[in-house]
Design a binder for this molecule. Sequence first.
Ligand SMILES: Nc1ncnc2c1ncn2[C@@H]1O[C@H](COP(=O)(O)OP(=O)(O)O)[C@@H](O)[C@H]1O
Ligand SMILES: [Mg+2]
Length: 330
Amino acid sequence: MASGLNRRDGKIVSFINMKGGVGKTTSSVTLAETCASEFGWRVLVVDLDAQASASYALCGDERYEAVIEADQSIAAFFEPVTEGRTPRTLSAFITEGEAGDEGDPIVDVVCSEPSLRYTERALIERYYQLRLKRVVTASAPEGQTRRIMRESLGALRTVYDLIVIDCPPGISIFAEAGVACSDLIVAPTIPDYLSTLGLKELNRKFIRQLRRDGNLHGRMAILPTKVRSADATHRKYLKVLDQMVSSDELEAVLLDSFVAESSDIARALDSELRGERFRDKYGKVREDLVALAEEVKGLLEDDNGHVESEPSHKAADARRAERSARSSAA
Ligand SMILES: Nc1ncnc2c1ncn2[C@@H]1O[C@H](COP(=O)(O)OP(=O)(O)O)[C@@H](O)[C@H]1O
Ligand SMILES: [Mg+2]
């Protein structure tokens, strides 16, 4: 098949923040859908949050339950590692996106599930035991998880144009590993006092440390979310963010794009709307989302100029045809 000859050089973008509720999942899903729909990119979302919100939004309840039933989540992928075995290839854990109408995005996903918390704990416990026996050093769980993630996602770079990682709030071994392999780390943040504090924490306790240890190569970008332009606090904190970035208090770029607070966006993540046309379901915020996707694309190209894009919709439509040919052949 023609697409087999089409080796890609995909980029990895992760969404992270210590705080919950700032729009990490919303931004992950909307960026993925926008890039798939507008640029015709092949996109994969890797859900690393045990809450599995991105998985639900992309699969819908029924399909999601089937994926978990079939042991196809990221937790199932990491399970063998907790017993010292090598995991199977990550591609075996991908749930393919369903083709919608023409111009609609097809986004594949590696789902998460609540038991990811236990997987993480089992992983740490295993290394703790090995450490007691002096087989490994204290940083072994992080190092090993990072290696597995880098190899697994690295292999998928040839298949996807974009891999989006939705991280849980706070710090987890999996989030750390995802961020370590990312070309761009986006921190969505609400422009207010508490969210800005959360951002400082992220920078101080997480990003700086990873960079110092040589485990972070991606650029960091701040994305204001749920912005109410008429709100004086939001306007004030947009300026504060700008100053923090210019003074290097935050080692990041502040994106020009932002996501306005909008009921359309909260509504669009409802998986029951998956059948609704992409162009319609985001309402007025669609323009914001396209501007954001363009800006992210620019930052990724800036990296080394490798991202190729095909004319809007063409590639997505070709992919849709390929998918339906494949499913009717099956
Ligand atoms: N731009 C927005 N406008 C309105 N509601 C939003 C927006 N972005 C996110 N939300 C809502 O805020 C809540 C938290 O968003 P979510 O993406 O789940 O955050 P996180 O992943 O950081 O916890 C959800 O209910 C979501 O629908
Ligand atoms: Mg989330």
